[in-house]
Design a protein. Structure first.
Length: 281
């Protein structure tokens, strides 16, 4: 556990890992995932502006056994033009509202966009405020939406290893702040979600070259005074999993389940893993 971090009153129990593959050229590079409330469906976002969706097969124990692709779409801009990979199409964060609206954050040309459906044009919204550390390839990486419709975003970097990560909020066309999240130097935010328990779950990543990737999950309460009651639920070993970047938190009927997806960077030496844990309080 990171020095100075509070002891957790909860822990995560490993459920299973599923290796997901497809022959589609656009398949891979997944940076975000959303699981439906009943665990039967998914949306998965690549960092090249492709969105996949479909159904999930599980066995009698609830372990994931299949990801069935029902469709996929290349995201568009507000004029209906397909987004190209890179500066304009570096899609990173994914959140799906209760009304089905799909929210996506981009970190090249830093912005958020909303989609009524995967095939619709992007809805335009004011760009987020520029804060220390936010720039090209270091914008809003983690995106989540609360039950009241408020969107929360956390940038990948804060500018200094000693500077906390700002928490940005967006609602009714206006940006705000919801405090700061403590930064532990080696860890960078890559995904977030609000669980059915009301907690804010943050997925973080560390990369050490040939040592590979390590992942960490923190949860905290988002209050009017900022994040509080932080707990570290999971900290993996290097190479235990691939490059986990997206997280979805839902109720599987037994308890809170966390589903995470890896970004294979479209490299043959990596793979798309869907990793699941269950929360044990």
């Amino acid at each position: 556990m990171t020095a100075g971090a509070p002891a957790s009153a909860a822990s995560l129990e490993y459920v299973g890992t599923y290796i997901w593959s497809s022959s589609q050229d656009s398949f891979g590079g997944f940076s975000g995932i959303e699981i439906s409330a009943d665990g039967s469906g998914f949306h998965a976002l690549s960092d090249r502006s492709h969105l996949y969706w479909g159904s999930i097969d599980r066995d009698s124990q609830g372990i994931l056994r299949g990801m069935n692709i029902a469709g996929y779409a290349r995201l568009k801009d507000s004029k209906g033009l397909f987004l190209e990979p890179g500066y304009l199409g570096d899609s990173e964060g994914l959140a799906v509202a209760d009304d089905g609206t799909i929210w996506v954050s981009f970190e090249g040309f830093d912005r958020i966009a909303s989609y009524a459906s995967p095939d619709s044009n992007a809805g335009l919204h004011p760009r987020p405020p520029k804060l220390p550390g936010m720039g090209v390839n270091s914008g809003i990486e983690a995106l989540a939406i609360r039950d009241d419709g408020t969107i929360f975003g956390v940038p990948e970097r804060s500018g200094l290893e000693t500077r906390p990560f700002p928490v940005l909020t967006y609602r009714d066309g206006s940006w705000g702040r919801a405090g700061e999240i403590r930064r532990d130097p080696r860890w960078l935010p890559v995904g977030a979600d609000f669980g059915p328990d009301g907690w804010f779950y943050l997925l973080e990543r560390d990369f050490r070259g040939i040592l590979g990737f390590a992942s960490r999950v923190r949860r905290m309460q988002m209050t009017d005074d900022g994040p509080q009651d932080e707990e570290i639920l999971l900290e993996t070993q290097y190479l235990q999993y691939d490059n986990l970047e997206g997280i979805s938190v839902w109720d599987d009927g037994v308890g809170i389940r966390l589903t995470m997806i890896s970004d294979d960077n479209f490299l043959f030496v990596q793979r798309t893993e869907v990793v699941e844990y269950r929360l044990r309080d």
